[in-house]
Design a protein around this ligand. Structure first.
Ligand code: ADP
Length: 191
């Protein structure tokens, strides 16, 4: 299997690039944000708990997210691999993912980190708010909280993969196809 972590702040373009990556490499897109939104709209127990965290721009507790990911991985036994989007978001999640994959005889091949400056991110999120309908995209305070949480909780995850020599930074500003090309080069090196 080819397992890739796609990393970057809210608004970095992870969703856009994921779509292109899964098409080309036939991977399963595992976005914890999307899965959690599905749980919320289906009104599951997990969805009800997650709602209070997500709406404030805070992270959902690690144990809940890790369990959800474990179930999702097991539901795709035939896949070529996964692209993890929005996960792991804490070092604890990264450690849990390594353990989980090891038990299944798998590992992470690469982390791709999309670099986008903060001004550009805020502009993109404001634009997205107008079309996404996501409540956590709607006001500046909640967006700012998500960026603050990202810096405190999530940035250390890049170091975690850097220590394992699995981190590849890619400039996330410019033409979508150019960014995608850079991503493909990085993937083709580990494939
Ligand atoms: P974005 O890429 O805009 O940050 P996501 O769709 O990835 O948005 O996530 C939306 C929200 O869902 C996050 O702000 C957080 O509350 C919750 N969430 C998503 N993934 C995780 C995760 N791995 N751990 C904890 N919370 C998560």
């Amino acid at each position: 299997m080819l397992n890739i972590v796609l990393f970057g702040p809210p608004g970095a373009g992870k969703g856009t690039q994921s779509k292109k990556i899964i098409e080309k490499y036939h991977l399963i897109h595992l976005s914890t944000g999307e899965l959690l939104r599905e749980h919320m709209s289906n009104g599951t127990e997990l969805g009800k708990v997650a709602h209070t965290y997500i709406d404030q721009g805070n992270l959902v507790p690690d144990d809940l997210v890790i369990k959800m990911v474990d179930v999702e991985i097991d539901s795709h036994p035939e896949t070529n691999g996964f692209i993890f989007d929005g996960f792991p978001r804490t070092v604890k999640q990264a450690e849990a993912l390594d353990e989980l994959l090891e038990k299944k005889g798998e590992k992470i091949a690469l982390m791709i980190a999309l670099d986008v400056d903060e001004e550009e991110l805020k502009n993109r999120l404001k634009l997205r708010a107008q079309i996404s309908g996501r409540t956590d995209d709607q006001d500046e305070e909640r967006i700012n909280n998500r960026i603050a949480v990202y810096k405190k909780e999530t940035l250390p995850v890049a170091e975690y993969y850097e220590k394992q020599s699995k981190l590849k930074r890619i400039k996330g500003v410019g033409e979508i196809d150019e960014i995608f090309n850079d991503i493909c080069k990085a993937i083709d090196q580990v494939k």
